[in-house]
Design a protein around this ligand. Structure first.
Ligand SMILES: C[S@@+](CC[C@H](N)C(=O)[O-])C[C@H]1O[C@@H](n2cnc3c(N)ncnc32)[C@H](O)[C@@H]1O
Length: 357
């Protein structure tokens, strides 16, 4: 599953990175069949409840009245009752007649909801077609697609819940007037960072038309139309095929989140990606690059949320994923100085703070 990057000069950073205890996970393996089956159903129930607004509702209220909720949203009350009743069986909600209240486990789901949006909303077709893809009957990108908008939304939800404080700490220490986010999804992150820095401007580049359409809404919601520009663009065109992005030569800080692996798919250009990034953003003094890495295999018989899905989804799409050390080596060989590696909220996900030399 891991694509070979040159290991010739793997850096010895001489510095260990503290792994959060949560990354070990709480799912005991082997997952017995009862847990595995109920896990499949429960992820769909949780995603449905998110889509029906229950997480947002319980952020503001401590109870929900079923007939009133269904009437206001024009939901089929019978189906809704079955969904909340399933959630009760899984231990997430309590249902008493018409009244629904969250149980303590709801809070953890709320924090990790982005992984459900990502997995069920974004990759359901990819996972469901795993056997056909293995047999070569169907191929990702041709017969099987992911839902790009849901992938972007799930990433934004994970950012809000798990990563934003860690990033804000790093951003606070940086000087910038113009910031670019590559693979920016719905542009939530670039809007937030620009908003918090008076006078700053931002670019958000994403290949997906649906994510860019959602990004236009994000910019409008933040009232940043004159300062943040979402651009539908393939970053590989910018790096290797001469596409010019207006303002790229003014960018002080270039960032990418959960996207770097997408730039490294082609082995022929893999080692050129970091030098090409530096060339595409010639004034950038800092690169903030975050990505999920391959979960180190060890003695543990527990699994965290996300890692298994991240690795399998990318294998089904034919996109290699990398270890932390492989990334650090790629940066070193590309001429970026690694100032810091920071565990970044989601399991086995790191923020690499890099300086242009
Ligand atoms: C996992 S999402 C991450 C989104 C966002 N960075 C975040 O963390 O919330 C990866 C994003 O990269 C975009 N993407 C994939 N390949 C791309 C390419 N070649 N050029 C630009 N964007 C790309 C996808 O459309 C998607 O929005």
């Amino acid at each position: 599953m891991t694509a070979p990057l040159s290991r010739d000069s793997l850096q010895d950073l001489g510095e260990s990175v503290f792994l959060p205890a949560e990354w070990q996970g709480a799912a005991n393996t082997p997952l017995d069949a009862d847990t595995a089956f109920n896990g499949f159903i429960s992820t769909h129930v949780v995603f449905a409840l998110e889509q029906l607004g229950l997480f947002a509702w319980f952020d503001e209220a401590d109870r929900l009245d079923v007939p009133d909720y269904c009437w206001r949203r024009q939901l089929d009350e019978s189906v809704f009752r079955h969904l909340v009743s399933a959630a009760e069986a899984f231990g997430y909600l309590e249902v008493r007649d018409d009244r629904v209240t969250p149980r303590p486990a709801w809070g953890e789901l709320r924090r990790k909801i982005g992984f459900f949006t990502w997995g069920v909303g974004g990759y359901h077709d990819v996972f469901a077609n795993a056997a056909s893809i293995a047999r070569g009957e169907r191929a990702f990108g041709k017969d099987v697609l992911r839902d790009e908008g849901m992938v972007a939304l799930g990433s934004a939800q994970a950012d809000m819940a798990l990563m934003r404080n860690l990033l804000d700490e790093q951003i606070a220490a940086l000087d910038f007037a113009v910031i670019a986010d590559l693979g920016s999804g719905i542009s939530e992150r670039v809007c937030r960072l620009v908003k918090s820095r008076p006078g700053a401007r931002g670019l958000g580049l994403d290949i997906s038309a649906s994510a860019t359409a959602l990004a236009a809404g994000t910019v409008e919601r933040h009232e940043l139309a004159d300062r943040v520009q979402p651009i539908c663009a393939d970053v590989l065109d910018v790096l290797f095929r001469g596409r010019r992005i207006e303002g790229a030569d003014q960018v002080d800080v270039a960032m990418s989140f959960m996207f770097l692996h997408d730039l490294l798919v082609d082995p022929a250009t893999r080692s050129d990606v970091i030098p090409a990034l530096r060339k595409a953003f010639p004034r950038a003094h800092t690169f903030l690059l975050a990505d999920t890495t391959v979960r180190p295999r060890g003695e543990n018989d527990t699994l965290p949320v996300f890692s298994s899905g991240f690795e399998l989804a990318h294998a089904l799409m034919g996109v290699p994923v990398y270890t932390r050390e492989e990334y650090e080596n790629l940066f070193h060989e590309g001429g970026l100085h690694l100032r810091r590696t920071i565990p970044f909220g989601a399991p086995h996900t790191y923020l690499f703070v890099l300086e242009a030399q």
